[in-house]
Design a protein around this ligand. Structure first.
Ligand code: ZN
Length: 462
């Protein structure tokens, strides 16, 4: 019997850097290839060599396109990786826009570091460039759902829908040796139930080993009527003569916001004001969401997919010159732009223009990591720095927490309760330490399963 090993190369003690190395004596694969983000000590890991034989990798498999699951791919292809990168078709399409954008942002960061003189590289180097990211795309290979695909002799895999964002899949790797059969399910990020756009997570009946996220292991999402909430925010802002500013992640959150606005419009509850989508990446991502309309959850929500993201007064802003005009609009308007945590991108210019305006409203629609402008504002900062200049926060701030692409701990428990038999071991990843500990407790109390919280670089024998 050949031992199979699973090593945790990321998403341990953090929600970023997902990378899991699955290997036996003759073959090895990387499941997920994510970038570390956020704290500096985590980001520095992006510059280290992986403690595995990269040349021996047979393939890479992705659960979904988010950069914390895919953004390390160009680093590997730059170091000579030239084997397939497997993912669902819609994940492949999203990677084609997200990875080049990530390369562009890396270059922008290094230019900024050069200007400020705070890089240890001289001149400062990007982790990878736009061109590097484009080069990495040639290895992406789309796989269909619910069909076995041979990875090697006795090892095969199958993808199945996970909810979360467009393209997200569970990866089921099955090892069939003479005397041993077992499988490992990499659950990636799991969406909640009854989401606006994403489908419910597909029910899995049994696995031998489960690698499970615990982002919200210690939190429950607030229950609210999301249409009522947006209608209220928009109406009171218009009454004051202000602008509704919505920083939104380009993939997933932007489409949810557009969908909410279209639903309000359809019900005659959306005031007749212009809506600007000011993010080329989000515009492209919306196009991909429309292309893969069959993967969404629209049927029970009563909107045809082709119209779902297009309120009548939506204006998509590609050109950065046009984008600047949005900062001196005289009439009320809704402006959606990225980045979602206000760490960069076109949203910064709108914040400069409208945060000091008490008539306007800033609508925060997602998780804000420590160290970001979004987190400072949520923590009550009266001013934030943008491009080195302090900007007063006088606009009203609304935090719409219920829009999350991750299930909360009750959603995860609901999914686990659908299993017919417990896994031999459940490995909790993709969580800050407190969330992982809380999720472990929930699973042990409600299901009595074996749960482990692996440490960075820890190896498990399967
Ligand atoms: Zn994700």
């Amino acid at each position: 019997m050949r031992p199979v090993k699973l090593q945790f190369l990321g998403a341990t003690g953090t929600v970023t850097g997902s990378k899991f190395h699955l290997s036996n004596q003759t073959n090895s694969w990387l499941v997920e290839c994510g970038l570390f983000q956020g704290l500096k000590e985590l980001r520095e890991r992006n510059w280290q060599i992986l403690p595995i034989d990269e040349k021996a990798l047979n393939g890479i498999i992705l659960t979904h396109a988010h950069i914390d699951h895919s953004g390390y791919l160009p680093v590997l292809t730059n170091r000579g990786y030239d084997r397939p990168i497997y993912a669902s078709e819609s994940t492949v399409e999203l990677c084609k826009i997200l990875l080049p954008d990530s390369g562009y942002l890396q270059e922008e960061d290094s230019r900024f570091a050069a200007k400020k003189g705070f890089s240890k590289h001289s001149p400062p180097l990007p982790l990878y460039t736009y061109a590097d990211a484009i080069n990495s795309l040639q290895y992406l290979k789309a796989l269909p759902d619910k069909e076995w695909f041979d990875l090697a002799d006795n090892v095969r895999m199958m993808l199945r829908p996970a909810g979360h964002i467009l393209g997200a899949r569970f990866i089921n790797v099955s090892v069939d040796e003479k005397k041993r059969h077992f499988n490992v399910l990499f659950a990636g990020d799991i969406g909640g139930y009854d989401a606006l756009i994403a489908v419910d997570p597909g029910q899995v009946k049994s696995v031998t080993y489960l690698v499970l996220e615990a982002t919200y292991g210690d939190r429950l999402h607030q229950e609210e009527d999301i249409l009522d909430r947006f209608e209220g925010i928009i109406n009171k802002t218009i009454d004051r003569g202000g602008k509704v500013i919505i920083p939104a992640f380009a993939v997933g959150r932007t489409q949810e916001v557009l969908y909410i606005l279209r639903k309000l419009e359809k019900q005659g509850r959306l005031p007749n004001i212009p809506i600007y989508l000011n993010s080329p990446l989000a515009i492209d991502a919306t196009g991909i969401y429309v292309k893969f309309m069959h993967e969404h959850n629209f049927f029970k929500n009563g909107l045809a997919p082709t119209e779902a993201f297009h309120p009548a007064r939506l204006k998509q802003v590609q050109d950065s010159e046009d984008s600047k005009h949005l900062n001196d609009l005289s009439e009320p308007a809704i402006i959606i732009s990225s980045s979602g945590m206000m760490t960069g991108g076109r949203i910064l210019h709108h914040l400069k223009a409208y945060l000091p305006d008490p008539r306007s409203t800033l609508v925060i629609t997602g998780f804000q990591a420590a160290g970001t402008r979004g987190r400072s504002i949520l923590d009550g900062a009266r001013a934030i720095k943008i491009h080195g200049v302090p900007v007063a926060v006088k606009a009203e701030v609304e935090f719409v927490e219920s829009l999350s692409a991750h299930g909360d701990w009750r959603d995860i428990i609901r999914w686990l309760k659908g299993f017919e038999s417990p896994p031999k071991m459940t490995f909790l990843v993709h969580a800050e330490p407190d969330s992982a500990a809380a999720m472990k407790q929930h699973i042990e109390e409600e299901l009595k399963w074996n749960v482990s919280i692996p440490k960075y670089l820890e190896k498990a024998d399967l």
